[in-house]
Design a protein. Structure first.
Length: 315
């Protein structure tokens, strides 16, 4: 069996699929296979759907072998392709956080919210038109509830902080969490001899640092062997990464409070966050040039600053 270069088997029937969003190794969807049945966790955007279907083909799985499509939350880099993908999967149900289910059925408000952040040109280029999922094919998750994939238990828990419509999925077979954005971002370019580096994400518009800390602590409490991040890939050494992420979260909050009344707050936040990340990366042993770090983190610096501003201004 020859797999496309954008599909990486991780063991325990788990496959990471690089969706091709923005750049290589930036955005992942996951395919879990158990005894000939399959589930997708996150889908990427509409433009990722051909890759997801190609992964099924390469693994010899029919379209009707997919039982579940499970977006961790309804941000478009995670769930933008759900409706288009579901059109190709006649047996699948979408398992969605209860706060996000209506947006999968009717994505018009979701589209307009993203349009306000990104603008029409970016929406057309990077996301395309969103497709709704028939209501009878959408199932809302419950906090602590379990569904099965050919007898393999998959447990969902409510994990607000990055978004109120976020849940994470526990896979007992691999002892790993599919974390969406709750456990932050870890790009492979920043790996050093110390291992992976990680940072929290505060993308607009529902960032809540206290809730995020609680959610991360809940994930760590399970003593997982690994985390499957959407951005990007599987990481191990969870206790160290958890400490690193929560430490950066605390420093992000302190920085944001200091800059709450800054004259040009958005630019001040971006500069402050970059300084914070550079200091952390140097401590991590990263020797990459500052200009390359800025290039790799440009999207996150912009969106994190936007999300922090929304949080600071919330009554």
């Amino acid at each position: 069996m020859t797999l496309p270069d954008f599909v990486r088997p991780l063991g325990h029937g788990v496959h990471a699929i690089d969706t091709g969003f923005h750049r290589d190794a930036f955005d992942a969807a996951y395919l879990i296979v158990e005894r000939g049945r399959a589930a997708f966790v996150d889908t990427g955007t509409n433009f990722a759907v051909p890759r997801l279907l190609a992964a099924l083909d390469a693994l010899g799985l029919a379209r009707d072998a997919v039982d579940w499509v499970i977006p961790t939350h309804v941000h478009l880099d995670h769930a933008g392709g759900v409706g288009t993908l579901m059109q190709q999967l006649p047996a699948a149900r979408a398992l969605v956080h209860p706060r996000g289910a209506r947006h999968m059925i009717d994505p018009s408000a979701l589209y307009q919210g993203a349009l306000a952040v990104y603008g029409q040109e970016t929406m057309d280029r990077e996301y395309g038109q969103l497709v709704g999922v028939p209501a009878e094919r959408v199932q809302a998750s419950t906090d602590g509830g379990t569904v099965e994939l050919a007898g393999r238990p998959l447990t969902l828990i409510d994990t607000p902080g990055h978004a109120k419509h976020h849940h994470c999925l526990w896979d007992e077979a691999s002892r790993g969490w599919f974390t969406g954005d709750t456990f932050g971002l870890s790009y492979r370019e920043f790996d050093t001899a110390r291992g992976a580096w990680i940072l929290p994400t505060s993308t607009p518009v529902q960032f809540e640092p206290d809730a995020l800390r609680t959610s991360v602590e809940k994930l760590i409490l399970r003593n997982p062997d690994c985390m499957y991040l959407t951005h990007f890939g599987r990481v191990h050494d969870v206790p160290r990464l958890g400490d690193l992420m929560l430490g950066l979260l605390d420093r992000t909050v302190a920085l944001s409070r200091r800059l709450q009344q800054a004259a040009d707050r958005h630019e001040a936040l971006k500069t402050g966050l970059l300084d914070l990340y550079l200091e952390s990366l140097r401590s991590h042993g990263c020797t990459m040039a500052d200009t390359e770090i800025v290039r790799l983190l440009a999207i996150d610096l912009e969106l994190n600053a936007q999300g922090i501003a929304v949080w600071l201004d919330r009554p």
